[in-house]
Design a protein around this ligand. Structure first.
Ligand code: SF4
Length: 177
């Protein structure tokens, strides 16, 4: 069943009425409010890093966290020791490499690392890992079948996916590549 349109759904523009979606509730757009100030200085390893350095993408790439030891060295006692032990297990058992930029590390709420969405996206924890699906493959979307040359995937007739790099600044836990 579809709700009958309210006055706010219908805009009369000199002709037949056109239906529009209702306005978005501004409260749902909070994620667009990027953090201001030098928030990264709360992370022990970035305490003395100035803004120009922190926002330099080359510095970010050079200081990406790729191991559990690097994570511990970066955040020190920001997170609970039990979480660090869980993350160490996650790094050890994760089926893909870990790479987290300092920007992402600094954006994580280390008081609530288990419920933080950025931590969930980038840092594995052993307690959340599930057994591999029996039909898991390295190319689970079978993109190689639609790749006529390396670095190009052509699955849909009107779209092409170019892969100019083989690495990303961060590695998302849900990545299929
Ligand atoms: S390809 Fe996309 S999903 Fe995969 S790690 Fe890179 S940014 Fe994340």
């Amino acid at each position: 069943m579809i709700d009958a349109p309210t006055e706010s759904h219908v805009i009369k523009a000199g002709g037949p009425s056109r239906r529009h979606k209702p306005p978005v509730d501004p409260a749902t757009l909070e994620h667009r409010n990027l953090r201001q100030g030098e928030f990264w200085r709360a992370v022990p390893a970035y305490r003395d890093v100035d803004e120009a350095t922190f926002l330099d993408h080359l510095w970010q790439a050079r200081h990406s966290v790729k191991t559990a030891d690097e994570l511990l060295e970066t955040i020190k006692d920001l997170a609970d020791p039990s979480f660090i032990a869980d993350a160490r297990d996650g790094f050890h058992r994760a089926p893909m490499s870990v790479r987290v930029s300092p920007y992402a590390i600094a954006a994580i709420d280390w008081n609530k690392p288990y419920s933080d969405p950025i931590r969930t996206q980038f840092i594995p924890v052993g307690s959340k890992l599930l057994r591999d699906h029996p039909r898991l493959t390295l190319d689970s979307l079978h993109e190689l079948d639609d790749s006529p040359v390396p670095g190009l995937t052509h699955r849909y007739f009107d779209k092409a996916l170019f892969l100019p790099l083989s690495t990303c600044p961060v590695y998302c836990r849900f990545c299929t590549r």
